[in-house]
Design a protein around this ligand. Structure first.
Ligand code: ATP
Length: 257
């Protein structure tokens, strides 16, 4: 089966006036359909750079990224991107914010509008369609952002620390909701996070990057028993703490580079 994402020798240097800095070097990785993969590593190891390249927002200096076999050369409706900030427009109501992606791609019609309402309901936002972002909590706004991303049916979802600004309890609830929704839809996802326990709880694989330059240091496979539990309960499974410590130890070595 063709991998959803394939990185081949991806290298990126940022060019300044007098110098170039190598942000990531020779990254190779394949991600299969329905996989949920997390990128972790010390600050500056290239997580956001890599996500921007996969999103088609940045062209790598060398190498290539393919999504469903097609080389990524710019932003594509196949790839959804969800960030730490929800970026909802304050003057649009929740339904109009959630339908923005459909509108921008010329796909908003009666059927897709109803689908957006259904998805808002599914995300626990029933009755909020007419409300405005300022009337919602941070966790609710992030759920609207998720609906906006999912309703266009991207085959690949990129998540750049989407839970990090939320209170702990809301964060756990949202991890559960996102993980369950993506599993149900068979969506492939890549999550960037600084929270190692979150990475293990939601992922099938945790990719540890190192810095100077950013490279893949080690790939950890999350055992099925942990992977098949909802994220909230995954943390109680046998082997979770051991895997946490194993990755943590390696992460300290990656950070000392
Ligand atoms: N626009 C830019 N211009 C120049 N250098 C950049 C730029 N963006 C990132 N870098 C450099 O590239 C390297 C990787 O940065 P990146 O933001 O991708 O890392 P990160 O792992 O996401 O970091 P963090 O965990 O702190 O968010 C760093 O050395 C950073 O200073």
């Amino acid at each position: 089966m063709l991998p959803v994402v394939q990185l081949k020798g991806v290298t990126h240097a940022y060019l300044g006036d007098n110098e170039a800095s190598l942000a990531i070097e020779d990254m190779n990785l394949s991600i299969d359909k329905g996989e949920f993969v997390s990128l972790v590593g010390p600050s500056g190891c290239g997580k956001t750079t890599l996500l921007s390249i996969i999103a088609g927002l940045l062209q790598p200096s060398l190498g290539e990224v393919t999504v469903n076999g097609k080389r990524i050369e710019g932003p594509s409706p196949q790839v959804g991107y969800m960030l730490q900030q929800d970026y909802l427009f304050p003057w649009r109501n929740i339904l109009d914010n959630a339908a923005l992606g459909l509108e921008l791609t010329g796909n908003l019609n009666e059927e897709t509008r109803l689908k957006t309402v259904d998805l808002l309901n599914e995300m626990g936002l029933a009755g909020k369609s007419e409300a405005y972002p300022a009337q919602l909590s941070g966790g609710m706004r992030q759920r609207v952002a998720l609906v906006r991303t999912l309703v266009t049916n991207p085959g690949l979802l990129l998540l750049d620390e989407p839970f990090s600004a939320l209170d702990y309890q809301i964060k756990l609830q949202l991890e559960d909701l996102v993980s369950e929704t993506l599993r149900h839809r068979g969506t492939t996802a890549i999550l960037v996070t600084h929270d190692l326990s979150e990475a293990i709880a939601v992922s099938s694989r945790v990719i540890l990057l190192e810095r100077n330059p950013g490279r893949i240091r080690k790939v950890f496979t999350v055992p099925d028993k942990i992977r098949n539990s909802p994220p909230l309960y995954a943390r109680d499974q046998t082997g979770f703490t051991e895997l946490f410590h194993e990755i943590w130890k390696e992460m300290e070595l990656a950070g000392s580079k």
